[in-house]
Design a protein around this ligand. Structure first.
Ligand code: AMP
Ligand code: MG
Length: 644
């Protein structure tokens, strides 16, 4: 039996920090979080409890660990990893203790499981990780086994033995392990055990994403973007969509209830629509063969022998020289193949109608059975968002109930100490929380079931609690604020701590910072997870990044594809644009004097100026590589109609 709940994760952060210029290694910023934040995030899903061993900067570790225990050595004087291990074994409430250093952000996701399996299989006291290393591979060095004693799983019952060993004055981890029954577990991926020792190494890893490809989650490996080299929008969108799958659950809905829902299964037409040949016009049903052959023939006069109405067919057969008065939608009488609209008759008598040459061609104005939808054909594809036309089309098949995807549940909240809810007084330096209202509107329009979680202050515990609760109650979480570099650091740390979250710097304006990933809550019963979209705080940036990233991703989760038509319009003014980023400027599109669409900007384009969104009816999308736009140039626009 293996079980993660019998293991306490023990993160070793007790070093003196002499190598990183006397800064605390674990607290160094790395890929949108701290080094220790990455270790905690990787370890948390593998163990039942987790704590940190640190001797300095305890409050900072406390913040990074969001309420987890941070415990200093019992031995004085930075006595190394064994001292940390002693503290770990002392306060461990579970059967086993798993150690990992605070500077190993790439540790393997199956570390605990594999070590535990080996411990049990070998009846060992300790299981530790081993990799094959090659020294100087360029000189053909032979591979050797490298033990990683700081990545080990130990029985908590070893404490008396360790106390006795330390009492001898010995301090070496390897030395103590030599006195125990040790099981070694060979891991293929040596890179996963790499630790980061110097600031230079840290910077190199921060930039050199590819080198960690096998060890860290894919989205964290992918260029996360930096100030110097931000991530292009299309690349970020692809990375995001690649990871997301649609929810499976479906339900039955009546047509009324199906409006704006996503069709889960294709609809095959059980009948022909229309079900029978019928007339497209009010007029006279006749045989095409009776029409005047050419202009030399002169008009033809036919005898009107009956009348056909919609819902009341004329039952006889039309012969040569005859016709039937017919209404729109009435079944074509037998023998007829054409309809003369009444207004095109040359003359209408009491029971005759006269037709000149050229009034209609043979076969005119006849609707064929199945010309709209053929029996057995696909009437609607799965994934269709059911709009009014779709409801009508389904009804035309005689179908009154459809299978739709369960509504997507999306939790959202705003972050920031400066935010005030409506109804509260606006203190100095505060702003009313507007993002929650734009998000409410956008999510509701998208057809999501929304869960408004209010404002969460810049407080690690509140943030963690909100994210955990959101995981339990929603498929996706949309937050605003706190993901930019200047924002309260722990927003990012907490997000990183609870899952695989990448912090992107995007080559776009507005909306440069974005957090995306999966957050998890395995604290309560079972495991709950949700996709997190951490949008920037500025109100325009929130809307733009919602439309560009959250919307297509949420649509994919809903089982629908995002279809957004980009149109072209002529710029009615010059537009400033910096190459190397995609800009989303707010525009007003109108009909130009020449009848073609033209677009001008709404004025100030700051990412905090929400009136630029209310004044606009489209977004002008200026592509990544593009520079300034001259008056009269053609530009891409995304009309708000259908989007907002
Ligand atoms: P942040 O990314 O948290 O630093 O926020 C960036 C800017 O957006 C700050 O000026 C915030 O005050 C503002 N902001 C953040 N959240 C909201 C919100 N919910 N409503 C209005 N403004 C906000
Ligand atoms: Mg903030």
């Amino acid at each position: 039996m293996t079980s993660s709940t019998s293991i306490t994760g023990w993160v070793l952060a007790g070093g003196r920090g002499t190598r990183m210029g006397r800064v605390d290694k674990g607290l160094q910023p790395f890929r949108g979080a701290t080094l220790v934040g990455h270790v905690l995030a990787r370890l948390a899903p593998q163990v039942g409890a987790i704590a940190i061993n640190a001797n300095r900067n305890l409050p900072q570790y406390q913040a990074a660990a969001a309420g987890m225990a941070v415990v200093p050595d019992h031995l004085d004087g930075f006595e190394g990893p064994l001292a940390g291990l002693q503290t770990g074994l002392r306060q461990c409430a579970t059967e086993l203790l798993l150690t990992a250093p605070c500077d190993s952000p790439f540790l393997p996701p199956d570390l605990a499981a594999r070590l535990q399996a080996a411990l049990l299989a070998n009846g060992a006291d300790v299981a530790l990780a081993v990799t094959m290393e090659v020294d100087q591979p360029e000189h053909g060095g032979a591979p050797r086994r490298q033990r990683h004693p700081v990545f080990s799983l130990l029985k908590a019952s070893l404490l008396p033995q360790l106390d006795a060993y330390l009492a001898t004055g010995a301090r070496r981890m390897e030395g103590w392990f030599n006195t125990l029954r040790v099981a070694e577990v060979l891991f293929d991926d040596a890179a996963a055990f790499r630790n980061i020792n110097t600031l230079e190494e840290l910077q190199r890893h921060e930039q050199d994403n590819a080198c960690a490809a096998t060890a860290v989650p894919r989205e964290a490996v992918a260029a996360t973007g930096s100030d110097a080299d931000p991530l292009p929008v299309d690349q970020a969108l692809r990375l995001m969509l690649d990871r997301i799958a649609s929810i499976d659950a479906t339900e039955q809905a009546t047509l009324h209830a199906a409006l704006d829902r996503v069709l889960a299964e294709e609809i095959i037409s059980p009948i022909n629509v229309p079900a029978y040949d019928n007339s497209a016009m009010d007029g006279y049903a006749l045989r095409g063969a009776d029409l005047p052959l050419d202009s030399m023939t002169g008009p033809v006069t036919l005898a009107v022998i009956g009348a056909a109405y919609a819902g009341r067919a004329w039952e006889g057969r039309v012969g040569a020289g005859q016709c039937v008065r017919i209404m729109t939608g009435a079944a074509m009488p037998a023998g007829c193949d054409s309809v003369l609209p009444q207004e095109l008759a040359a003359a209408i008598g009491h029971d005759t109608v006269t037709i000149a040459h050229g009034a209609i061609g043979a076969g005119a104005n006849r609707r064929f059975a199945g010309e709209d939808l053929a029996q057995g054909g696909v009437a609607l594809a799965a994934g269709t968002v059911l709009r009014p036309a779709h409801l009508g089309l389904v009804a035309s098949l005689g179908i009154g109930q459809v299978t739709v995807r369960r509504r997507l549940r999306v939790a959202f909240f705003s972050t920031g100490d400066e935010l005030r809810a409506l109804g509260q007084p606006l203190d100095d330096g505060c702003v009313y929380d507007s993002n929650r209202y734009t998000l409410f509107g956008m999510l509701t329009r998208l057809g999501c079931e929304v869960l408004d979680m209010g404002i969460v202050g810049d407080d690690p515990h509140a943030l963690e609690a909100a994210l955990r609760a959101a995981c339990r109650n929603a498929d996706a979480i949309v937050t605003s604020g706190g993901v930019s570099e200047g924002a309260a650091d722990y927003t990012r740390d907490i997000m990183a701590l609870l899952g695989d979250v990448a912090f992107w710097k995007l080559a776009m304006r507005p909306g440069r910072p974005l957090a995306f990933g999966q957050v998890r809550d395995n604290a309560g019963d079972g495991d709950a997870s949700a996709w997190l979209f951490g949008l920037p705080g500025n109100p325009v940036a929130v809307m733009v990044s919602f439309y560009l990233f959250a919307r297509p991703a949420l649509l994919r989760m809903m089982g629908a594809e995002s279809r957004q038509t980009m149109l072209r319009a002529r710029a009615a003014q010059p537009m400033r644009k910096r190459p190397g980023r995609t800009e989303y400027q707010r525009g007003i599109v109108s009909m130009g004097a020449d009848g073609a669409p033209q677009v001008r900007l709404t004025g100030a384009q700051g990412s905090g100026i929400l009136s630029s969104m209310t004044d606009a009816n489209c977004i002008v999308v200026l592509a990544h590589g593009q520079g300034h736009v001259a008056d009269g140039d053609m530009v891409d626009i995304l009309p708000f109609e259908g989007l907002l």
